[in-house]
Write a protein that binds this ligand. Sequence first.
Ligand SMILES: Nc1ncnc2c1ncn2[C@@H]1O[C@H](COP(=O)(O)OP(=O)(O)OP(=O)(O)O)[C@@H](O)[C@H]1O
Length: 807
Amino acid sequence: MINERDWQQEQERLEQVSEKLQQRIAELEPEVAGLHSQAGDIRKRFWEEVTVNTSSDEDFEETFHSIKQQEALLSERERSYRLRVQQWNNMKRLLKSPYFGRIDFQEDGLGFSEQIYIGVSSFVDSDGLSFLVYDWRTPIASMYYDYPPGKASYDTPGGRIAGTMELKRQYQLSAGKLHNVIDTSLTIGDELLQQALGQSADTQMKTIVATIQKEQNAIIRDDKSRMLIVQGAAGSGKTSAALQRVAYLLYKHREKLKADQIVLFSPNPMFNSYVSTVLPELGEENMQQTTFQEYLEHGLGEALRPEDPFDQIEYTLTEQSTQAYKARLMGIAYKASTAFLQALRNYAGWLEREGMRFNGIRFRDRDLITAEQMATQFYGYDPTTRLANRVALLQEWLLKQLADLERKEKDELWVQEELNYLDNDQYAAVHSELHKDRGVFEFAEKYETIQEILQNKPRRDEADFDYAEREEELLRRMVVKEQFKPLRRSVKRMAFIDMVGLYAQLFGGANDYRTMTNEIDVPELWSDIGEQTKGKIERLELFYEDATPYLYFKELVEGVRMNTEVRHIFVDEGQDYSMFQYEFLKRLFPRARMTVLGDFGQAIFTQATELYGTGGDSPLIQLYGEPDTNLIRLVRSYRSTREIVEFTRELLPGGQEIIPFDRRGPKPLLLKADSSEQLAARITEELSALQAEGFASIAVITKSAAESREAHVLLTAHGCPSLRLVTKRTPSFEKGTLVIPAYLAKGIEFDAVLIYDASSNTYHRESERKLFYTACTRAMHRLLLFAAGEWTPFIQAVDSSRYEMKG
Ligand SMILES: Nc1ncnc2c1ncn2[C@@H]1O[C@H](COP(=O)(O)OP(=O)(O)OP(=O)(O)O)[C@@H](O)[C@H]1O
């Protein structure tokens, strides 16, 4: 707390700033309305103001300029309208709480110190010079996050500015009143953070601008590296930092970076809805949000249906001691590796010499162009031409062939038949269409004139007959053209390449695989892997682990599709992506910088990638090379109480380095039952107690979707009120009491978490450790674990002082 005089001054200042904000809003209001209606008027009168005259070249040019002029005027008005609206919205946002922090900074060499108030947006006084509030993203405001009072400095485009921070103050304001003012000596005072973290979970993530921590600030403001990797413990604020980083980038590069040039890859669609309000709250537009799965489905189109990662994980979680299961796991690991990527590259090289597979083009039960003809043509090209270039040449050739064939086709019998089948209406429609078509008239006209000249005969009176003949000719062409359209389209879509066959061809015998790919270490159980892969492909489906390699390979053959618009991609839950997927993303977005955030402690997929590696060495660092990569580790965990973190960190090897934030709460509670019936009864009881305590967001977390369904039925039968089952199809995250599989709860948090079955029946394999850890770390304030039977060995290994037992 501060002294009374200071409090008085702060209250007065707050009132002044609020008044000025109100004034500014009132000033902007008519301007915004005026500009809006001006732009609307220009748009309405657009065609009245331009004179359209195309009779001569000069007139045409004049019309063109007049349109351009109107367009420029309109876009200028719209631009200034957008800017004003943004300003207006910013002011309105500020009015609710103009600032949250202040630093007093004396720059070295200057004899005075400046008071810098920091808020979600800048506000300059009417003199246009004095900043009443600085945007939290300005260079000077970075000191607020980086230093306690004392020596401090910040970077500007003109160099580093050093000085002394004489005061650091935090505010809690609402409705124009001061609620709390804290002078702090820490980087960001614990008290405010305590309060922020003590609140209950929400269905949407909150902004953290008032309490960003120093190491998070480094992530937010990193603007140099091509690749930024953040390895951070559960609840360390990775997602939060990522979202504030987007806001920072949009602010810093506001002249050239637009929100849709940033893409965030989220773990599931529900997560998209969870994070979607943060940027709008900060006054920025949302970036593009997608899931990798959406990308795959888009890339594969109709041809093949990819399995989703959740079905894959469900499969891996249902332990089986069969050879097929082992083979599948081996397949998943291999197909995620850069070895497989290299094998595919080599395979493409091999195909330059032999083995290409084509789909012949058939038309009305006839072969128009056979696969053999294509192969002959293909391997007839200069052998030094790259595969994809040769495919492009072949495509050109095929289109030309089709054009020739189309010309010949018009005299075929079926065309006459088609003409006969055109009913009168169709005929009339085509007829009038032809006559409407200026080109046809001009063609007919020119034809007549040439005839006149050539034959030196004046035009016949009864020229109608000739028209009819020519019309038939044109109609025939049209009929054939119409029927050839799908053929041309399929050539353009590269359907003449038997892509599915080419990919399946890889999964024959091990020796063939070696020959085609130069692979030395063919994985064990290769023939089982091959059978499984081909079996799936025969059903026109792809395993999740095949989807990215298939698309990658498709691009090696057909040419690379790139997105050169996107400047930044963010990969959240980055440990769940394979190296293969990273290589793919790098190629897909050649002009983008990448930010990867993840936690290897929560790596629940078989294809997981270690972000950091032992000693800071991981394949991910090699993706763009060490000099272009920045690696930041976050070890402080903010989500859960100290007691919960002290329990969960013992579940992980090396977990001791995770530092809990000092927010207190009850220790995790372990409750045992004798049967699943009794288990359900106890869970129901505890759930009701938690609800009565006022917790609004509670999750019963299960290992798999199957277990979620079972829990939902059982708990509902025991009278658990308003229990909602969350599946991979649940589009958005809602408050309440949920039953949810651990892999869908990733990235999300709840006031209280109940682990449905923490027995050794459910969690005992080493591969399940991280899933269990992920489930437990979703809890903010309470963690309860239940088991019918022996506790999982992961809990048995935890020091008993870290939890309480009940009955
Ligand atoms: N600097 C901060 N100020 C206030 N709250 C914070 C801060 N950092 C993190 N938090 C809070 O901690 C919680 C966890 O943050 P977040 O979800 O970003 O962590 P994460 O590292 O992405 O977690 P996980 O790996 O478990 O998904 C959130 O409630 C977030 O608001």
